[in-house]
Ligand binder design. Structure first.
Ligand SMILES: Nc1ncnc2c1ncn2[C@@H]1O[C@H](COP(=O)(O)OP(=O)(O)OP(=O)(O)O)[C@@H](O)[C@H]1O
Ligand SMILES: [Mg+2]
Length: 359
């Protein structure tokens, strides 16, 4: 099986975010077949191959803002140079532009997904996500081009309907002209990051809505599960104890703090919830490994790779190493590391799977 490195990820993947993704599509249309799509609560990313076989990742926020469709609003958006689409008499601003505009208006964005799955609270979720997905994925290079897309595993702490979520996106991608195959999110991390370990080890995606875990043995997922907590859970809880809006906490969290040395009351609250999320995830890994009946016998110590936006905070791996000492996993651990490009691991793993499926 090809690795992400062989597909051109030498740690220097070109990542294109927001509106720039549109320019990217027209200037470097991917010619090589096979695409990977990471459908996340916070971000939607597509990993594609350019003409030279390098990987390009296009990223867009999974959010939108709807504005009344009158002449005044149209001219305001045009003046501000904000791209929009018209949908049922409303003007819809998608992705990163919705975030920027929400700040101008002091209004929250609408989010089509919650806790890793399509939101039951958002009636408009599916058409909005279809537009974002089309934007990052582009047209298929040929009919039925293979596209592997990420789906979360069932949660240990919530009764969630993965089957419905998976079926919705499989149907949507097929309508867009792809041959769509679902791939477990944690499994995708192992495909992107554990080639040197013969695809054996533990891949973890710390996302916005969830944490997804996969224990893999030579490419085979031996154990997968998720916990329904992630970056949003950290923001929401810290916001409650601090009496601040969640968006303010997100801002502080993403502005470059270190969870080993938080400064001030706000950073301290954030650091407490980070440590709790890491510890909770490790306890669940231990419990599931102890329960696992058909787990392979890991004779050699295994590598653990952490990815996802939530793993990008400074000090994450160091706190993870401290917390793992406290839980005593039933399998020996060799090393713990951060993914090469933590935000891109899932989409790249899906791309590796899509390309391998064509061999
Ligand atoms: N530098 C950073 N430090 C801390 N957190 C960050 C940073 N950058 C992004 N995040 C957080 O990462 C989360 C988004 O990560 P990611 O894109 O991996 O999630 P997702 O795949 O969309 O969600 P999920 O997989 O749970 O559905 C958000 O909670 C965001 O606040
Ligand atoms: Mg994710």
């Amino acid at each position: 099986m090809a690795s992400a490195d062989q597909l051109g990820n030498d740690g220097g993947t070109r990542t294109v975010t927001g509106a720039a993704g549109i320019a990217e599509r027209s200037s470097a249309t991917a010619k090589l077949a096979g695409k990977g799509l990471d459908i996340g609560t916070a971000n939607i990313l597509a990993a594609v191959r350019d003409q030279k076989g390098g990987i390009v990742v296009r990223c867009e926020r999974n959010a939108f803002l709807d504005i009344q469709g009158d002449v005044h609003s149209r001219s305001m958006l045009t003046k501000l140079n904000v791209p929009y689409v018209v949908h049922e008499n409303s003007l819809i601003v998608l992705g990163g532009s919705a975030f920027e505009l929400a700040n101008v208006f002091g209004r929250p964005t609408r989010r089509p997904m919650m806790d890793g799955l399509i939101s039951s609270r958002e009636k408009e979720a599916l058409p909005m996500m279809q537009m974002i997905i089309k934007k990052v994925l582009g047209e298929p290079t040929s009919a039925n081009e293979p596209c592997f897309f990420s789906v979360p595993a069932e949660s240990v702490d919530r009764d969630n309907n993965i089957v419905y979520h998976q079926g919705l996106f499989q149907g949507m991608l097929q309508k867009l002209g792809y041959h769509a195959t679902p791939m477990n999110e944690g499994h995708a991390v192992t495909f992107a990051e554990l080639a040197a370990e013969d695809f054996t080890g533990i891949g973890i995606s710390f996302g916005g809505g969830m944490v997804n875990v996969c224990v893999s043995y030579k490419t085979i997922p031996a154990l997968t599960f998720s916990v329904a907590r992630g970056g949003d859970w950290i923001d929401g809880n810290a916001a409650t104890v601090l009496g601040l809006p969640s968006s303010k906490v997100t801002y502080i969290k993403e502005s470059g703090m270190d969870i080993r040395s938080p400064k001030g009351r706000e950073q301290e609250a954030i650091a407490i919830y980070f440590r709790n999320l890491i510890s909770y995830t490790l306890q669940n890994i231990r419990n599931r490994l102890m329960m696992g009946k058909d787990l392979p016998n890991f004779a050699d110590p295994v590598e653990i790779v952490c990815s996802g936006g939530t793993s990008m905070i400074q000090g994450f791996i160091e706190v993870f190493r401290e917390e793992i000492q406290k839980v005593k996993l039933p399998i020996p651990v060799k090393g713990i590391r951060l993914g090469k490009e933590p935000l891109n691991s899932v989409s790249q793993g899906c791309l590796v799977a899509a390309v391998s499926s064509m061999d």
